[in-house]
Design a protein. Structure first.
Length: 278
């Protein structure tokens, strides 16, 4: 009602204009030229017809725009769904790319190892940047026991995949186990250098590297030498790959040689490991 009250006069003028247009059309049906009266009427209603024509176009355009907006909204929703699907596919692809080295080494390790292995997923870790202490999703029901060695497949020279030592199981439940890695100071690892067979102990870490000492202060150990577990102490199995010597430092007053070892395992990117079971 408010609309009709507000635009009452305009609607009346428009109605009169329409009636006059009809009259002119009817009376001019069989004539070529207009009468003087019809011309006057035509001059009067011409602006009105122009306005009504423009209004009609605008109304038509308005509803057309509404239809276009509706279509655009539907297309936008479809695009959002497609973008989300592409982002999900890209995330999965990036995840596979990030895991490529592990998956390749995993397959080779399973085919060539002499150990019985149980695959385990890491479920949580201690706060910090490094996987020095973490939990896995296998336990007693899977045959996991305390002090079992935890490894990964590591590619060494000439593409050979070896058992790289990650750590050992320290606590175990029915379906979980806690692993303390070799970069944790809770571990002491007896080692040997494969080139010279010189041995020593790794007992502390610094920024992801492991620090220890050689039994023989005259041992011919140099950066780049590969070291393996020696099996002494019966905590870690023999001949599991630890990493490469990064630095050798002589401490003259103590008559010892300290070494710093860069582990073969990337302790910032662990997500899956193997447990060696007896």
């Amino acid at each position: 009602m408010y609309f009709f009250k507000k635009y009452k006069n305009r609607m009346m003028v428009t109605a009169v204009a329409i009636i006059l247009i009809i009259i002119i059309g009817v009376t001019n049906k069989d004539r070529i030229s207009l009468t003087k009266f019809e011309k006057i009427i035509g001059n009067i209603i011409s602006p009105i017809t122009k306005v009504t024509y423009n209004i009609g176009n605008k109304v038509t355009g308005f509803f057309s725009n509404l239809s276009n907006i509706s279509n655009l909204k539907e297309e936008n929703e479809e695009l959002k769904i497609k973008v989300a699907a592409l982002e999900d596919a890209n995330s999965n692809l990036q995840n596979l790319i990030g895991q490529y080295d592990f998956l390749k080494n995993e397959a080779s390790l399973i085919d060539n190892t002499n150990y019985e292995l149980i695959s385990a997923q890491i479920t949580s870790k201690e706060p910090g940047n490094w996987y020095d202490i973490f939990n896995i999703d296998t336990g007693l029901k899977d045959g996991i026991g305390k002090n079992d060695n935890v490894i990964q497949g590591i590619e060494t020279e000439n593409g050979v995949i070896e058992e790289g030592i990650v750590g050992r199981v320290t606590d175990v439940g029915d379906n979980w186990a806690r692993v303390v890695s070799i970069i944790s100071e809770q571990n002491r690892i007896s080692f040997k250098a494969i080139r010279t067979q010189d041995g020593g102990v790794l007992s502390r870490s610094n920024d992801g590297e492991i620090i220890g000492y050689l039994f023989d202060n005259e041992a011919d150990i140099v950066p780049g030498d590969k070291i393996y577990t020696s099996g002494l102490g019966e905590v870690f199995l023999q001949d599991l790959y630890i990493g490469e010597v990064d630095e050798v430092q002589e401490v003259e007053e103590e008559l010892i040689k300290n070494i710093t070892v860069k582990p073969a395992i990337d302790f910032k990117k662990l997500f899956k490991v193997f447990v060696i079971i007896d």
